[in-house]
Design a protein around this ligand. Structure first.
Ligand SMILES: Cc1cc2nc3c(=O)[nH]c(=O)nc-3n(C[C@H](O)[C@H](O)[C@H](O)COP(=O)(O)O)c2cc1C
Length: 366
């Protein structure tokens, strides 16, 4: 059996193999953000399908401006924490580990039961159109530029949600710093036009990210796994680049390590995409050169390239998205040498809910 199926390389979390389910929003919680039995079946399915680590969908962190989608789960109140605990227990019983992805939507805001007013670093809307498969919204609302008090509320939300996740039994925290959501917006020169200590040069644009990592670390204590997902691109602007290039990205990875992160999770269209303004590296290859922090890699990992990537990035976890949707038992299929299906995006239409996926599966059952 290949070393991808071995457990002893990734030190932050004691996983049974090197495959992780990539975080995927399914907008299938109860309207009040409570995880339900449909979600428990869904996540347990990936654990039974062999994924050593399950990373949950982006989960909102406060009852102010963090929620971005209708039927997105939260991890704020007792009902939400208890709903997650059931999911954690089911995944553990199936032999896998599970971390929660903590997410503040910021300006990428399509629905929120607590407020109609998005917040962001500045009053700048995302590029492109809102995502139809996460619910209807014809146009982005203009966010208000966050005050110091709004920023503190966001930081406190991440910290309290991390403590809630630890209480629910999660094996760790992944902070969502990628794909155009709040923390990524602060890093981004498209979204962040601030002239205070949170805007301008990279060391300022990084400030909220490191403050959140530090606050989460303080909330969960020293020995609890904490990581952060990072990208350059966003869901509606996949080619966005950091003006500071490779050196800037290295600086971000070093800064989150120094603030207390155990791992970073890089995501791009392809693990090996060379997409820096200057240089010839990928996000993953830059992060891999930083000492003292572990790595999860993501982007187009499939049955053809996983072994090469596992060799190229020793000790990393390989996070799989689309191939996992198409094959919830992707890892078991690799072990058994079975055929791997390609994704049919019809399973996520008209919305990316678990019920639509189940209806699609019923219709397409052989
Ligand atoms: C339906 C869907 C929902 C997603 N939701 C999230 C999310 O909640 N958080 C996140 O960081 N990425 C999210 N992503 C991105 C995936 O985690 C992953 O980065 C992307 O699909 C690329 O990996 P892949 O090539 O293996 O699919 C989502 C992707 C899909 C297809």
């Amino acid at each position: 059996m290949s070393d991808v199926m071995q457990s002893d390389q990734f030190k932050s979390i004691d996983v049974p193999n090197r495959f992780a389910l990539a975080p995927m929003t399914r907008t299938s919680a109860e309207p009040a953000g409570t995880p339900n039995s449909l979600m428990a079946d869904h996540y347990e399915g990936y654990a039974k399908g062999g994924f050593g680590l399950v990373i949950t969908e982006g989960t909102y962190t406060d009852n102010k401006a963090s929620q971005g989608y209708a039927n997105q789960p939260g991890i704020i109140n007792d009902a939400q924490i208890s709903g997650w605990k059931t999911i954690v227990d089911r995944v553990h019983a199936a032999g896998s580990k599970i971390v929660v992805q903590l997410m503040h939507a910021g300006a990428q805001f399509q629905a929120n039961r607590h407020t109609d007013q998005p917040q962001g670093p500045s009053d700048v809307v995302p590029k492109g159109a809102p995502l139809g498969f996460y619910g209807d919204q014809e146009a982005w609302k203009t966010p208000s530029a966050m005050t110091d008090a709004d920023i503190q509320t966001a930081i406190d939300g991440f910290a309290q949600s991390a403590a809630n996740a630890k209480a629910a039994g999660f094996d760790g925290i992944e902070i969502h710093g990628a794909n155009g959501y709040l923390l990524n917006q602060f890093l981004s020169t498209h979204f962040n036009k601030r002239e205070d200590r949170y805007g301008g040069p990279l060391e300022n644009r990084l400030r909220l990210v490191t403050e959140v990592v530090s606050a989460v670390r303080r909330a969960v204590g020293e020995d609890y796994p904490v990581g952060i997902r990072l990208s350059q691109g966003t869901v509606t602007d996949p080619d966005h680049q950091l003006p500071e290039g490779e050196a800037g990205f290295r600086k971000i990875v070093e800064a989150v390590r120094d603030a207390g992160a155990d791992f970073v999770h890089t995501t791009d269209g392809d693990v090996n995409r060379q997409n820096f303004t200057a240089g010839s590296e990928s996000l993953a290859s830059v992060a891999a050169t930083v000492d003292g922090i572990e790595l999860i890699i993501n982007g187009n990992i499939d049955e053809t390239n996983y072994q090469d990537l596992a060799n190229q990035f020793p000790g990393t976890l390989l996070a799989v998205g689309k191939k996992a949707l198409a094959n919830p038992d992707f890892v078991q299929r690799l072990k058994d040498g079975k055929e791997i299906a390609d994704i049919d995006f019809a399973m996520l239409q008209p919305k990316a809910t678990i019920s639509n996926e189940l209806a699609w599966r019923k219709q397409n059952a052989a």
